[in-house]
Design a protein. Structure first.
Length: 189
């Protein structure tokens, strides 16, 4: 749809959703002009605190998307220079895009029993060039579009490598790991 506009996976979906939301906002509020309300001493201190919080959270292995977004929002609110403020607002948008892309590529928990009951081990494009393991199952919009369709172990007797960036797992062993992990999670022992 946007062959050359976006290079980041999932960004076209995100941009389309933002465009729709902006249209909704414009219809409801019109073109908005407000004071920035940023750059106070308190807001600068809050940004420092949010940065430290986020750094500590990731250093201890418990960092979350919420921590990252809090930090970026706090940083934007600390800026009074318009160019710096603009740069920080773009960083917030980029974090939101990354978070949405992560949500969109996550297995939806409610869909798991159906997929495993059907023996689905992954998702493949029509031309066979794209393959996704269960962990990198496409989002609902991609499934609805039919660009990637479910495949079972019968479709892939020799397996295949997940083409999601930096994954590279064999979809058959990934599906087995996935089932084993879930069996262990549901087993009370
Ligand atoms: Mg920032
Ligand atoms: Zn994968």
């Amino acid at each position: 749809m946007y062959p050359n506009l976006f290079t980041t996976p999932g960004l076209a979906n995100f941009a389309e959703a933002v465009d729709q939301e902006r249209q909704r906002q414009l219809a409801k509020f019109g073109d908005q002009r407000h004071a920035d309300g940023t750059g106070s001493k308190d807001q600068k201190q809050a940004a420092e605190a949010a940065r430290n919080w986020c750094e500590d959270a990731f250093a201890s292995g418990y960092g979350t998307w919420a921590d990252i977004l809090d930090e970026e929002v706090a940083e934007a609110k600390a800026e009074d220079d318009p160019a710096q403020l603009r740069a920080e607002l773009v960083q917030i948008a980029a974090v939101c895009a990354a978070w949405v892309a992560d949500l969109d590529t996550r297995i939806r928990p409610e869909a798991q029993p159906v997929r495993t009951a059907g023996g689905i081990v992954g998702y493949r494009s029509r031309d066979g060039r794209l393959l996704r393991c269960m962990q990198h199952a496409p989002g609902q919009s991609v499934l609805d579009s039919g660009d990637l369709t479910p495949v079972t172990s019968d479709d892939l007797p020799d397996g295949g490598v997940c083409t999601y960036p930096d994954c590279g797992r064999d979809v058959l062993s990934a599906a087995l790991d996935d089932r084993l992990r879930r069996a262990l999670e549901t087993d009370p022992q």
